[in-house]
Write a protein that binds this ligand. Structure first.
Ligand code: DQA
Length: 148
């Protein structure tokens, strides 16, 4: 079971970035928690962060050997047809993650271009969104394996 985790733009700044919204945990704290949980769940994870839309598209296109994708597209959630199309193009279930509840925030964040091509979305649980998302990704991937 292999899961690809993608963190989008500005998430490398977690810990110092708008901590009233995103909390004080750093990206490395979140990644450590994901690594611990993945070994508990018997999954192998590979984690990438990029501030560049094209790099994220490349990573999704190259995700063919993974069983599921866990992605926080960050600001690209609301703008990127390219990331949406890349997820639609690969046959890998994607779980969309947000630290904050995007529906409680500014109106421009209420629209996700990613949700229609994601298996599901987890939004608003802070860093715990990632752990919930990883559990969801492993469960979806297991169900897919058992069905085939
Ligand atoms: C975010 C929400 C986005 O609207 C924002 O642009 C981010 C982070 C979140 O995790 O809450 O950068 O994806």
């Amino acid at each position: 079971m292999r899961i690809l985790v993608i963190h989008g733009p500005n998430l490398n700044l977690l810990g110092t970035r708008e901590s009233d919204i995103y909390g004080i945990k750093t990206l490395e704290d979140i990644n450590k928690s994901l690594r611990d949980l993945s070994s508990e769940l018997g999954a192998e994870i590979n984690i990438k962060q990029s501030n560049h839309e094209g790099e994220i598209v490349d990573a999704i296109q190259e995700s063919g050997t993974y069983d599921a994708l866990l992605i926080n597209p960050a600001a690209y959630t609301h703008t990127s047809v390219a990331i949406r199309d890349a997820i639609a193009a690969v046959q890998i279930p994607a779980v969309e993650i947000h630290l904050s509840n995007i529906y409680k925030r500014e109106e421009f964040r209420h629209k996700s271009l990613i949700s229609p091509v994601a298996f599901g979305q987890i939004s608003g649980f802070g860093p715990e969104s990632y752990n919930l998302g990883l559990r969801a990704a492993v469960s979806i991937a297991n169900a897919k394996k058992n069905a085939s």
